[in-house]
Each structure stands twice: as structure tokens, then as C-alpha cells.
Design a protein around this ligand. Structure first.
Ligand code: ADP
Ligand code: TPW
Ligand code: MG
Length: 570
């Protein structure tokens, strides 16, 4: 028919891309292969940024960090079964951390999968993804792509953000429909993450509790950083005059050198506070579940909790004043209701905190100046602390055990969302994915401070960093192993102990192999020079920092979580 020959057509490939672009999603992180190779190619041809990784887990981690930094779902694109499974860890991790992302995986023929007849990369992906994310959808018809992408976006970013899975069977991509009909089927999501206003009575209840406090404390979590309501958060903290403790990724929401920061008096304020205001932070293991010795139990504490997720309340301890809503709406309502004559925090409390802070900071600054070779964690991190202070726009990525715990307390952060780390699970392997997403999404230089073990989980992605010529400086704290490099095989046999690596490995040469800059550093001065040069040039750089293999402790600061054998204890 003459009319159909001239009819403009579209297909599943183009509709997926058009649906994303219509919703201002312009970057895809992924790994190509059947059946999504052409999806990546066409996306690039259509002007999207397509960042191809060496392993899907890192593409997924990048997508989730892109989601955290932009409040738009990051997209991870994978092939079927094995690629999907590789991406799934990142999807589950995103959901656990409340980061919005969408894992889009190609899948095999439905009929063959459902009859388990052994298709190429056969797997019932939708069923497997479901318990590990906020929502999971499969699209069977091209005309449903618009609605499905809209639902995926809403599910990822509304309420408590999280991961969403979209299952795209191979057949969908080549399905053809009339181009105009196709355009009409697309949905531009209106107000994808609507404000959620707190009830007025929840605000007055919270302020009634706060008013009675003698030793109040605010805890800021990464939900508060995610919300991008930085001025409102700062105003609330300053107006209340309440000392605050930032959780690790909330560091910099207010600068770490802010007078109200109680970061350097953490154990004191947890123990001694009588009213605690949780803002976008959960009372999970990272806060000892809000009870026990570190909270000064059996003293009575009352909690106010500001969170968008109503079911978070009372998850670990009783919440005296739940304030359910988005951070911006809740904190501005609280600030307004506080009026102009809000009572100031008892001076005795602020003085006690200041005293403890001064003592602890003094102790730390002495350690940072140590000039021993090989370096310990303190001297190497002392150098990086100065660099970050001079370059507050740089984004710090951080993983490892000792390398994580020491860096968290030593390196001050001065601006919001400038610290990305292992998050709620304490997961190793987020490093290069997070660094790549941070560079791509913000254009700012990235400093990734990595334990040598931590780095190994995503180390191959330095090729990706070189390929896209990203301003990422990776600093590997090389202490020859997990926690330290000194374990030996108790049998005297030839196998190395399970926690140690090849001695004096040259991670810097890996970077050089891909055309980046590799530096071997043994002193704080060499480290400082190398990182400054990397940050000035923007060239992909890896600095292998030689750290004393004796200097770490088991599991960094969470060694107490290790079960102990009573039989084989040495
Ligand atoms: P941290 O690890 O820093 O303590 P968590 O990830 O445990 O932080 O907690 C983040 C909390 O923030 C989650 O309970 C989540 O529901 C909440 N949250 C995320 N975004 C918002 C928002 N825009 N408004 C209010 N709460 C939010
Ligand atoms: C996915 C367990 C926690 S910390 C760590 C491992 C393997 C590495 C610590 O060694 P590193 O740091 O990085 O050299 P340092 O400075 O102490 O020497 N698998 C996953 N996640 C976790 N958390 C682990 C294993 C772990
Ligand atoms: Mg190590």
C-alpha cells in the first residue's frame, strides 16, 4: 500500500530512548551485548551520553550515585541473565541506600523462559529482581513503553527513593509502530517526587519535645543531603542552635568546621544527649540501633525523627515525635513554628561539647604531622585533608576498612554531597563507579581514597576512567592487604594468609597501562605533589601510596562485629 510505504515508523529501541530523553534523562551507564547493543548505539546517536563499563556492577553503582547526586533516577543498562545479575547487586545496594536508579535489562523470549526450554541467557529476571528493589516492571508492547518508563521514574524518586527494575524482552526492541502514535504514547512525568507536607500537629509535637531538652542533638543523614534543601537544613540547625552530628555522607551539608558540628565529640554527644533529632538518617547498625552502651543506656532518651517514610518510625526504638514528610517541608515548618524567641541551648551542654572537641582535635592534629616512612594512615590522610580543604569543590570517594574509617574522621568536608562512600551496607566495590558518576554528573574533580582491597573490587574500571578522560585521581592506600598485610599462614604452608596480597604491588602501573598517570608515593610530600598535579591537570591518575603494613586494625573501627571462635582463638 502506497500510504504505508511513506508512513513514518518508530520502534522499541527509539521509544525507550525518547521516553528517557523526554524526562530529561540523558546519560546511560552500562555494558553492551545481546539484546541491548543497538539500544546503546542508537542512544548515543540520539545525543545521549552512553558510558560503557567493564562490569555491570560498576555501571550500576555509577547509576545509583548519579541518582543520589541529581535526584533523577540513574540508568544502568545490561544484557540478560549474567549481565542482569551483575547489575543486581548495585540495584539492591541503591534500594538499601535510598538512591533512585533504574536497572534496565534485556531479557530472553518470554515463552521459552516460562517453559524453561533453555533460551540464550535464560532467566526469569523479573521474579528475581522483585524482592531486591522498590518496583519491577516488564514491557511486552512498544505502545506501553511510555507508561512503563513513567512508572519506573515515579517509583524510583517518589517517597523514599530506591531502585527500580525494568525488564525489556528482546522482541520489544524491534516492534514497530506509527511514529506519531509512538510520540503520543510517551509520558512526561509531572512532579515526579511531590513534596510531602508534614501534619501541623507533628510539628508542634516535635517542638514540644525539643523545647524541654537540656542536651539536644541533631543527627543529619544522607537523606538530608539527598534532598538538596541545603539552606533550609542549615537555617534549622543554626536557628535551633543545636549541636549536630553528620552521618558519613551528610558530612559537608554544613561545613565540618562549623561551630555547631559535634563530629569530633561523637561518643560524648551520643551518650549524653537527652533529645535527639534524626533528619534523613536511620537508627540502623551505623547508630547502634539507637540503644545500648554507646547511647548511654539505661538513661532515657527521646527521639524526634524527620523522614519521608512513615514506616521508618519506631523501627528500632520508640520515636516520641515522628515528623513525616520531605526534609524541606518539615524543616521549614519547624523553623517557622519556632518563631523568633526560641530558647537557646543550655550553655553548659555546648561548653562540654566544645571542650571535648578541642581535646580530640588537638590529639588528632599531633598524629597527622607524623613523618615516618613507611607512612601510617594518619600522615597520609593528613596530606589529603589539607588538599580537600584547599579544594572544597572536589568530590571525595572513599572505601576500605581502616582507609575508610580514618579518612571519614580525618578529612573534613565543606560542601554538601561531596563525600560518597560505602553507605548503609558498608559495601566494597563502589569506588570506581561512584568516581565515574561523580565526574560525569558534576564535572568536578574526584579524589577516590581506596584501600588496596577495596580498590580491587572495581579496579578494572580505571580503563573506563582513561577512556572517557575523566578528572579522577585514585589514591590506593597500599598496606598489602585487607586490614593489614602481616598475617601469615599458621600451617607454614605455601598459601598466603586469606587477608594478604602480593607484597608491594604496583597499582600505579595499572593506570599507566591505560595511558593515565601512575605515581608511586612513599612520603606525605610525594603524595601531596601527585594529587595536586592530578587535580590541576584533570588527568586520570593513580597514586600508589605505600602504607606501613602493620598499621591497620581488624575491620577498622567495627572489629567488634566479628564473631569470635572460642575454639581456635590465638
Ligand atoms: P545515613 O546512612 O546517612 O544515616 P540513611 O540512608 O540511613 O542515612 O537514611 C536516609 C533516610 O532519609 C531514609 O530513611 C529515607 O527515607 C530518608 N529520606 C530520603 N530522602 C528524603 C527526603 N527528601 N525527605 C525526607 N526523608 C528522606
Ligand atoms: C562486597 C568485607 C570489609 S572492608 C574490606 C573487606 C573485604 C577490605 C579492607 O581492606 P582495604 O582497607 O580496603 O585494603 P584497609 O585500609 O583496612 O587495609 N565484600 C563486600 N563488601 C565487604 N564489606 C566485604 C567483602 C570487607
Ligand atoms: Mg588494605
Amino acid at each position: 500500500m502506497a500510504s504505508s510505504e511513506t508512513q513514518a515508523l518508530t520502534d522499541g529501541f527509539h521509544l525507550v530512548i525518547d521516553a528517557l530523553k523526554l524526562n530529561d534523562i540523558n546519560t546511560i551507564y552500562g555494558v553492551p551485548g545481546i539484546p541491548i547493543t543497538d539500544l546503546g548505539r542508537i542512544a548515543q546517536a540520539e545525543g545521549m551520553r552512553v558510558i560503557s563499563f567493564r562490569h555491570e556492577q560498576h555501571a550500576g553503582n555509577a547509576a545509583s550515585i548519579a541518582g543520589y547526586l541529581t535526584k533523577k533516577p540513574g540508568i544502568c543498562l545490561t544484557v540478560s541473565a549474567p549481565g542482569f545479575l551483575n547489575g543486581l547487586t548495585a540495584l539492591a545496594n541503591a534500594t538499601t541506600n535510598c538512591f533512585p536508579m533504574i536497572l534496565i535489562s534485556g531479557s530472553s523470549e518470554r515463552e521459552i523462559v516460562d517453559l524453561q526450554q533453555g533460551d540464550y541467557e535464560e532467566m526469569d529476571q523479573l521474579a528475581i529482581a522483585k524482592p531486591l528493589c522498590k518496583a519491577a516492571f516488564r514491557i511486552l508492547h512498544a505502545e506501553d513503553i511510555g507508561i512503563a518508563v513513567a512508572r519506573a521514574i515515579r517509583a524510583a524518586v517518589s517517597g523514599r527513593p530506591g531502585g527500580v527494575y525494568l525488564d525489556l524482552p528482546a522482541k520489544l526492541f524491534a516492534q514497530v509502530m506509527d511514529a506519531a502514535e509512538g510520540q503520543k504514547s510517551l509520558v512526561k512525568v509531572v512532579d515526579p517526587a511531590p513534596r510531602q507536607l508534614p501534619a501541623a500537629e507533628s510539628i508542634s509535637r516535635a517542638l514540644d519535645v525539643l523545647k524541654t531538652a537540656e542536651r539536644p542533638l541533631i543527627i543529619l543523614g544522607k537523606g538530608a543531603a539527598y534532598a538538596q534543601e541545603d539552606e533550609i537544613v542549615r537555617n534549622f540547625v543554626e536557628k535551633s542552635g543545636v549541636p549536630y552530628l553528620p552521618m558519613s555522607m551528610a558530612k559537608g551539608l554544613l561545613p565540618d568546621d562549623h561551630p555547631l558540628s559535634a563530629g569530633a565529640a561523637r561518643s560524648l554527644v551520643l551518650k549524653e544527649s537527652d533529645v535527639v533529632v534524626m533528619i534523613g538518617a536511620r537508627l540502623n547498625w551505623l547508630l547502634s540501633h539507637g540503644k545500648g552502651k554507646s547511647w548511654g543506656a539505661p538513661k532515657l532518651k527521646r527521639f524526634i525523627q524527620v523522614d519521608i517514610e512513615p514506616r521508618e518510625m519506631d523501627s528500632n526504638v520508640e520515636i516520641a515525635a515522628p515528623v513525616v514528610g520531605d526534609i524541606g517541608s518539615c524543616l521549614s515548618a519547624m523553623s517557622v513554628a519556632m518563631g523568633d524567641s526560641w530558647p537557646s541551648v543550655p550553655a553548659e551542654w555546648t561548653a562540654t561539647i566544645k571542650q571535648r572537641k578541642d581535646v580530640n582535635l588537638e590529639k588528632m592534629s599531633a598524629k597527622l604531622l607524623s613523618n615516618t616512612v613507611p607512612m601510617g594512615f594518619h600522615s597520609a590522610l593528613g596530606a589529603l585533608r589539607t588538599i580537600v580543604k584547599q579544594r572544597p569543590d572536589a568530590i571525595l570517594v572513599n572505601e576500605g576498612a581502616n582507609t575508610l574509617d580514618f579518612a571519614r574522621s580525618i578529612i573534613d568536608i565543606y560542601k554538601p554531597r561531596k563525600r560518597l562512600d560505602v553507605g548503609t551496607w558498608g559495601i566494597m566495590g563502589i569506588g570506581m563507579g561512584a568516581a565515574i558518576a561523580a565526574a560525569i554528573e558534576t564535572g568536578h574533580p574526584v579524589l577516590a581514597v581506596e584501600g588496596d582491597s577495596a580498590f580491587g573490587f572495581s579496579g578494572m574500571e580505571i580503563e573506563t576512567i582513561c577512556r572517557y578522560d575523566l578528572p579522577v585521581c585514585v589514591v590506593v592506600f597500599n598496606n598489602n592487604g585487607i586490614y593489614r598485610g602481616t598475617d601469615t599462614n599458621p600451617t607454614g604452608g605455601p598459601d598466603a594468609a586469606p587477608t594478604v596480597f602480593v607484597k608491594d604491588a604496583r597499582y600505579d602501573q595499572m593506570m599507566a597501562a591505560f595511558g593515565g598517570v601512575g605515581v608511586y608515593a612513599t612520603t606525605p610530600d610525594e603524595l601531596t605533589c601527585a594529587v595536586n598535579e592530578a587535580m590541576d591537570s584533570g588527568k586520570p591518575t593513580l597514586v600508589n601510596v605505600v602504607i606501613d603494613e602493620n598499621s591497620g586494625t581488624e575491620s577498622g573501627r567495627i572489629g567488634n562485629l566479628n564473631p569470635q571462635s572460642v575454639v581456635s582463638k590465638k
